[in-house]
Design a protein around this ligand. Structure first.
Ligand SMILES: [Zn+2]
Length: 270
């Protein structure tokens, strides 16, 4: 049955299912993006997970968190339990490490992952997650979206990004996505910003693209994923394409993550 089950994705390669089943996928954040990622990983055949989320399902999540039901909201079910239910419905023997809290406080779990999906809300969380993933040489795939409607503009602008942050390659700062200015602006607005707009379809597009990159990384089925992955998504045009800034960036000299920052932090007595 197992052979039959994955017969429609056998083009991924003869060892692909074994590679997929043995890869521990970390998912930081089980909201709009993370809920899609988890669902797809379980369909594809991932059996090992590390899930991080401390929230319970609320009615405002129902517009986008796949797998969440009205009964979950009424019962105050955690996003972690909803994700676990989705996975176990497809992978009965899944090995799931479920962390009901912040991944920042559980780096020991994060470092057991072979790949991490960053589905977090803020620039500062992205920054911290990339620092942690780099420290343990784990590929990180970050996704996110936003909707802006500056005064005077006739229509809102929906945009999103997908970034593969590979150890040794350019980081989110090299790519110009994480900037000191953005981090500082976010910090100064902390607590003042209202709820950010989020909808299901861009979450689904970006999560699907992220899962596609992960499967390619693991199986190398396209034989072409060799360079930097930084894609921008326009919700207004529906296009997802290599970021316009890419050709102009220095992608060979990441100075943000020197080699001495690899491994567990060591505190030296002075
Ligand atoms: Zn860098």
């Amino acid at each position: 049955m197992e052979n039959e089950r994955y017969s429609r994705q056998s083009f991924l390669g003869p060892d692909a299912q074994d590679k997929i089943a043995s890869c521990r996928a970390g998912v930081a954040g089980l909201g709009g993006g993370g809920s899609h990622v988890v669902q797809q990983l379980a369909h594809i055949g991932f059996k090992k997970y590390a899930l991080f989320d401390g929230d319970i399902a609320k009615d405002v999540n129902l517009n986008r968190n796949v797998g969440t039901t009205l009964a979950d909201v009424e019962g105050g079910v955690s996003k972690l339990d909803i994700a676990r239910r989705t996975i176990l419905g497809l992978q009965q023997d899944a090995d799931i490490i479920a962390v009901p809290g912040r991944w920042q406080d559980n780096a020991d779990v994060l470092k057991r992952c072979d790949i991490v999906f960053g589905c977090v809300d803020s620039f500062s969380e992205r920054d911290q997650l990339e620092r942690c993933a780099r420290r343990y040489l784990i590929p990180l795939i970050d996704i996110g979206m936003d909707v802006l409607h500056p005064e005077g503009d006739p229509a809102p602008t929906m945009s999103g990004q997908l970034i593969l942050s590979m150890p040794g390659g350019p980081c989110m700062k090299c790519l110009g996505f994480l900037t000191d200015q953005r981090l500082a602006q976010e910090a100064s607005r902390y607590g003042a910003a209202g709820p950010r707009p989020q909808v299901v379809w861009p979450n689904g597009i970006l999560a699907s693209s992220a899962v596609g990159v992960a499967v390619d990384l693991i199986t190398d089925w396209t034989r072409s994923l060799r360079g930097v992955v930084y894609r921008s998504y326009s919700g207004n045009t529906g296009l997802i394409e290599p970021h316009a800034r890419l050709p102009y960036l220095d992608l060979n000299n990441c100075s943000h993550f020197p080699v001495e920052q690899v491994g567990d932090p060591v505190f030296r007595k002075l």
